[in-house]
Design a protein around this ligand. Structure first.
Ligand code: 13P
Length: 251
């Protein structure tokens, strides 16, 4: 049985004081929640604050991006060592916004993934097709290529530590959620790909999150799907009560 994992990707939102307010309210709302991994991914500037606020709770911390080197002359970048040092246990890699606006490719995803694993960060690897790619009938082709490139050269033991987030680009921030069938179809394809590349045990162990307009009113139906093991939440993760409701999904 895979343990559900629900993560909030705050994207470029919240000052430190807003982060303080949000997390202070949220942690009270979920203090009795068990059986689900909860992850918060604030911007870099709020990571330390959120780490302090969540110390002693089961809420885990993620960064939204990193570079793959440990240190050096890489102005503006943050290393896996730095993230580990302040208490991050997860790292989001290859989000579609990074692919679209900041030149991330399957190759940079692969480098970041290997670096994250080397430093003991659990990667959340994002994949997903654009609307044009879906309309051209290619969602699985696109996701298959992203997985193949992103996970290239990894061992099954390494892939076991990863979470895959399927985020159809057309469903992000648009209010359009993939139907549960559309989502589960791609999730089950991802599991088949993991099986083909890394074996049955890994395919069964890896958790696959859905992301794209997940809200309190659609999370239950999504989480009821057999191959959906969690959610990567954007907008609805910025309000304590709505994210708490998502974390407390009913299946
Ligand atoms: P929304 O939930 O705002 O659609 O964002 C999804 C997402 O991109 C999470 O990484």
């Amino acid at each position: 049985m895979r343990r559900p994992i629900i993560a909030a990707n705050w994207k470029m939102n919240c000052t430190v004081s807003q982060a303080h307010e949000l997390v202070s309210a949220f942690k009270g709302l979920v203090k009795d929640v068990t059986g689900v991994d909860i992850v918060l991914a604030p911007p870099f500037t709020s990571l330390v604050e959120v780490a302090q606020l969540t110390a002693g709770t089961d809420i885990a911390l993620a960064a939204q991006n990193m570079y793959w080197e440990e240190s050096g002359a890489y102005t503006g970048e943050i290393s896996p060592l730095m993230l580990k040092d302040i208490g991050c246990s997860y790292i989001i890699i290859g989000h579609s916004e990074r692919r679209a606006y900041f030149g991330e490719t399957d190759d940079t995803v692969n480098k970041k993934l290997k670096a994250a694993l080397h430093y003991g960060l659990n990667p959340i690897v994002c994949v997903g097709e654009t609307l044009a790619q879906r309309e051209a009938g290619e969602p699985t082709q696109v996701v298959g290529a992203q997985l193949q490139g992103g996970l290239a050269g990894l061992t099954p033991a390494q892939v076991n530590k990863a979470v895959i987030a399927y985020e159809p680009v057309w469903a992000i921030g648009t209010g359009k959620t993939a139907t549960t069938e559309q989502a589960n179809e791609v999730h089950s394809f991802i599991r088949q790909q993991l099986n083909a590349g890394f074996g049955e045990a890994t395919a069964q162990a890896v958790r696959i999150q859905y992301g794209g307009s997940v809200k309190p009113d659609n999370v239950d139906e999504l989480m009821a799907q057999p191959d959906i093991d969690g959610a990567l939440v954007g907008g609805a993760g910025l309000k304590a009560d709505s994210f708490a409701r998502i974390v407390k999904f009913e299946d």
